[in-house]
Design a protein around this ligand. Structure first.
Ligand SMILES: C[S@@+](CC[C@H](N)C(=O)[O-])C[C@H]1O[C@@H](n2cnc3c(N)ncnc32)[C@H](O)[C@@H]1O
Length: 280
């Protein structure tokens, strides 16, 4: 018997619910849209539409992946971020909405600058670089990333942007980039305890090196060294942080004698999320 949209949604949704997927109805719908190559309106408008066996098999394979804990974004291959969409998959961190606070802060500070030169340390998928590039076509951007796999995603996302240079490198080694107006970074910042308590969906699928910092302040000290070398006088360093760093917020005052702490910014959940420092 041929399956319909209605029956497949019911089947997928109950399989996901049994596997403890939180938004089981939503995810079943998204995955059916993906398998059918149709939008949500079509799914809602034609519940009795008969689905081909080939499409049904594709849908069931998506449902199985999701039921095994794989993030929905790795299955659909994309994640909305800022005003754009980022291609994602195994090997790169899925950009988080909290990181938009960093983008917002960077765009505010770049407002008074003419053709600013901006670096993103640990650029991952390239989400921050793409968001900035879309809003400020006149900047020159440099992305530095240690992971070859993540860098491949950044290249996919940024191939259309001639103003962006991507470099495979380690910001702990403070490579020389030339003078920068802004340095941005969302480094790995979770403590071992925080990492261990992550759900399987994150811990089992997203790259550990993108998330975990054994010493929670170490990446920030390395970024400060990089800034001492490469940031113009009066330029800004904008970094994302987690709760461990927020707890140690005083450490941002003494990261480097040449950096002055300007302010912290909270995310929409009210958590201290971003720190802004200026090169003296
Ligand atoms: C939290 S993710 C941020 C990714 C992306 N910027 C975003 O906001 O979605 C941190 C990224 O930094 C990279 N990374 C970690 N340590 C690094 C290092 N020492 N040098 C360069 N990149 C590093 C990781 O591979 C990962 O892609």
């Amino acid at each position: 018997m041929t399956s319909t949209i209605r029956s497949l949604l019911q089947k997928g949704s109950s399989r996901l619910r049994d596997s403890k997927v939180r938004k089981f109805d939503r995810d079943a719908r998204i995955l059916l849209c993906l398998a059918l190559e149709k939008d949500k309106v079509f799914i809602l408008a034609y519940p009795e539409f008969e689905v081909s066996l080939k499409t049904e098999r594709k849908y069931i394979s998506f449902i199985k992946r999701r039921a095994a804990g794989e993030p929905i974004q790795y299955i659909t291959g994309k994640q909305p971020f800022w005003t754009t969409e980022i291609l994602v998959g195994k090997g790169c961190l899925i950009p988080r909405p909290e990181t938009e606070v960093l983008v917002e802060e960077a765009l505010v500070l770049a407002k008074g600058m003419k053709a600013p030169v901006i670096a993103d340390l640990g650029c991952g998928s390239g989400a921050i670089l793409k968001a900035i590039s879309e809003s400020r076509g006149d900047c020159r951007l440099v992305g530095i990333e240690k992971s070859a796999e993540a860098l491949r995603w950044a290249r996919r996302n940024l191939s259309m942007y001639p103003n962006v240079t991507l470099i495979r490198g380690d910001f702990f080694k403070a490579p020389e980039t030339g003078k920068l107006d802004l340095i941005l970074s969302n480094p790995p910042y979770l403590s071992v305890k925080e990492f261990d308590s992550l759900p399987l969906e994150i811990k089992g699928f997203e790259p550990k090196d993108a998330l975990l910092a054994e010493d929670p302040m170490e990446p920030y000290r390395a970024i400060a060294k990089f800034a001492e070398k490469n940031l113009k006088k009066g330029g800004y360093l904008i970094v994302e942080m987690g709760s461990e760093q927020a707890r140690r917020h005083r450490a941002f005052r003494t990261l480097s004698p040449s950096l002055e702490l300007c302010r912290f910014r909270k995310d929409l959940g009210g958590r201290t999320r971003v720190s802004v420092l200026q090169r003296k």
